[in-house]
Design a protein around this ligand. Sequence first.
Ligand SMILES: Cc1cc2nc3c(=O)[nH]c(=O)nc-3n(C[C@H](O)[C@H](O)[C@H](O)COP(=O)(O)O)c2cc1C
Length: 316
Amino acid sequence: MYIAFAPLQGYTDAIYRRAHWECVGGVDEYYTPFVRIEHGEVRKKDLRDTDPERNAGVPTVPQVIASGGDEFARLCDALQGQGWSRIDLNMGCPFPMQVKAGRGSGLLLYPDRIEEIQREMLRRPEVAFSVKMRTGWESVDEGLSCMNIINAMPLVHVTLHPRLGRQQYKGMPDMEAFRRFCEACRHSMVYNGDISGIENGKLRIENWADAVDTNKIKGVMIGRGLLARPWITACAGETPAYQEEAGETPAYQVLRSMHERIYRHATETLCGDSQVLSRLYAFWEYLDIPHKQKKAIMKATTLPRYREAVAVVFKR
Ligand SMILES: Cc1cc2nc3c(=O)[nH]c(=O)nc-3n(C[C@H](O)[C@H](O)[C@H](O)COP(=O)(O)O)c2cc1C
């Protein structure tokens, strides 16, 4: 089963992706947070994150967010210029600023602009494209009515997070909608949304056997579940680290080694405690550790205090 690490802006930067790949692995592709155009330019900060040198050896897919063919072409030019031949298009982002600009799940309201993007993809046969989408902004019909254009795109797969954009992260993933998209889509499908463990992902796919053509489902993409338990792609099971037996459990080894890398990088490249700490808080924010320990880390306002709080986690 194909396993992808979802893009999570503010969390899964190149350093995090590399730390996960080197300390855990078991992931087929790591998606970068979206590269975007801001003030008429491709954001430099985003291009630093997709810098091939920073991602060397890590199976990475750069993602773009675009409002139409023109932006899409410029973003592809920038990434292809860096040497990429694999690009993912974001048609799912629910952030109001992006949606208002007709990007992310907002793009699903403009089939003519999706068609421009489709034509742009056809002009670039050297690139393997994929699409990551929601079921619509306000209604599942919006996504479904774009399927004929998406079917005409040259794609390696479509990742579907079966929620509407306007739902943000509320409510349950809409499995009936996922089934309908599987039927309407000619490409392989990757399921995304609320997967907390690999076993869970596998089970979910097996349970669909009656409802959908499982040959069409390539695998799963996991986001918050992997931020919470980064070890799940290496050690089977979903046990929270702190519920495991004392000692150097695989989950704690993973946390310790990932943290060492992220800590080293943050202290070597960022200036001042507050910058370093805000990068480090992101590592802990979603992690499945006891509430009290997490609170102590998030409350640490200096690096010495932070180190003390982290030492408690590892001593247990
Ligand atoms: C903080 C945050 C940042 C995100 N950034 C991106 C992004 O840059 N690109 C994208 O396609 N999805 C982004 N997502 C959506 C996730 O990739 C994923 O689709 C979503 O969290 C559902 O999967 P999950 O339940 O496994 O986390 C983001 C989600 C969160 C919570």
